[in-house]
Design a protein around this ligand. Structure first.
Ligand SMILES: O=c1[nH]cnc2c1ncn2[C@@H]1O[C@H](CO)[C@@H](O)[C@H]1O
Ligand SMILES: [Zn+2]
Length: 359
């Protein structure tokens, strides 16, 4: 297949499994919402604010990267604000050619103005419903409910995810600083979800290495890994290019555990040095179940089209490669199997076939 142009990448159907609702606001919306509640921001116009988020997130450490969320979370404390941000998120993803997305956020961070956990989920769902309806069936969006790893509410958030499982919530996640907050702190939540036959992903192998990935999979039972980039620490590549996998890397590959890779975000937090040197190249070559994601569109000034185009530029990927990432992601979604198949066979494959047809 041919090397796609940026416009072709935009038009190609894309699947997004790792995107934070509070990391994807439009700068103009942050400004408007902040103005309404009198929240002070570090810049007064949309362009300057967008730049501030990108620069401040460009810190080289996950902990400092996460400080930028203080501003977005601050303006998302009412049902109206949550619903608006959720609706705009769907609009932006649809305009970017995303056909299926799981968008995560942490309900426990949105209670400052008196909302209950249940009300926050209802507000986000109302926004997602509006956005999907306006897109006229071009995009399907589900929520993932995140618990903060430094917090103590993971069991409660897991129960919230179960309460909403047939009403728009597809799964559960934990996020936040990784070093010092191992996933096993939240074992109770993960065991509960397993007993409920529910799905969850865990941010692991981003700000911390192999022990975190090992715990996420072998202690907590994660279905997918958020990032997981540091799995390369368990892979040795010889001078001839031959790769030797350690036990954990082999397990991850053999079990087809999906890696939710977020190249731009990893450069900002210091988990990778550049796109060209990002482990996604090696992991793709070794046929791990790699997926491509945005993480935080505001903090990285990115989109799915941008992430995929950067990979095309850095690694020379063609449409067949982008299709592979996309089908990997759809296969790994927390959506029922028949619905995943419908999107793969009814949307993704025909659209890539049309794109690959002679121009
Ligand atoms: O890449 C990441 N690693 C770990 N935590 C993250 C990342 N991006 C965002 N969050 C955290 O997840 C919360 C809920 O969406 C955000 O508020 C942020 O603190
Ligand atoms: Zn993330």
């Amino acid at each position: 297949m041919t090397t796609p142009t940026r416009d072709e990448v935009l038009r190609a159907p894309k699947v997004l499994l790792h995107d934070h609702l509070d990391g994807g606001l439009r700068p103009a919306t942050v400004l408007e919402l902040a103005h309404e509640i009198g929240h002070d921001l570090p810049a007064q116009d949309a362009e300057g604010l967008g730049r501030w988020f990108r620069d401040a997130a460009d810190s080289g450490s996950l902990e400092r990267y996460l400080e930028t969320f203080d501003h977005t979370v601050a303006v998302m404390q009412t049902s109206e604000a949550l619903a608006r941000v959720a609706r705009e998120c769907v609009e932006d993803l649809a305009a970017d050619g995303v056909v299926y997305a799981e968008v995560r956020w942490a309900p426990e961070q949105h209670l400052a103005e008196g909302l209950s956990l249940d009300q926050t989920v209802a507000a986000v769902q109302a926004g997602f419903d509006q956005g999907q309806e306006a897109a006229g069936g071009r995009i399907v969006v589900r929520q993932l409910l995140t618990a903060m790893r430094q917090g103590a509410r993971s069991r409660e958030i897991a129960e919230l995810a179960i309460a909403w499982r047939d009403r728009g919530v597809a799964g559960f996640d934990i996020a936040g600083a990784e070093a010092g907050y191992p996933p096993t702190r939240h074992l109770d939540a993960f065991e509960y979800l397993q007993r409920e036959n529910a799905h969850f992903t865990i941010h692991a192998g981003e700000g911390f290495g192999l022990p975190s990935i090992w715990q996420a999979i072998q202690w907590c039972g994660a279905d997918r890994l958020g990032h997981g980039v540091r799995i390369v620490d368990d892979i040795e590549v010889g001078a001839d290019g031959h790769a030797r996998l350690g036990r954990l890397a082999a397990y991850v590959r053999d079990a087809r555990i999906p890696l939710e890779m977020c190249p731009s975000s990893n450069i900002q937090t210091g988990a990778a040095t550049s796109i060209a040197e990002h482990p996604i190249g090696l992991l793709t070559r070794l046929q791990f179940r790699v997926t491509v994601n945005t993480d935080n569109r505001l903090m990285s000034g990115t989109s799915m089209t941008h992430e995929m185009s950067s990979l095309v530029d850095a690694f020379g990927y063609d449409l067949a490669d982008l299709r592979w990432f996309t089908i990997n992601a759809m296969k790994s979604a927390f959506l029922p199997f028949d619905e995943r198949l419908d999107i793969i066979n009814g949307v993704i494959k025909p659209a890539y076939a049309a794109l690959a047809a002679p121009r």
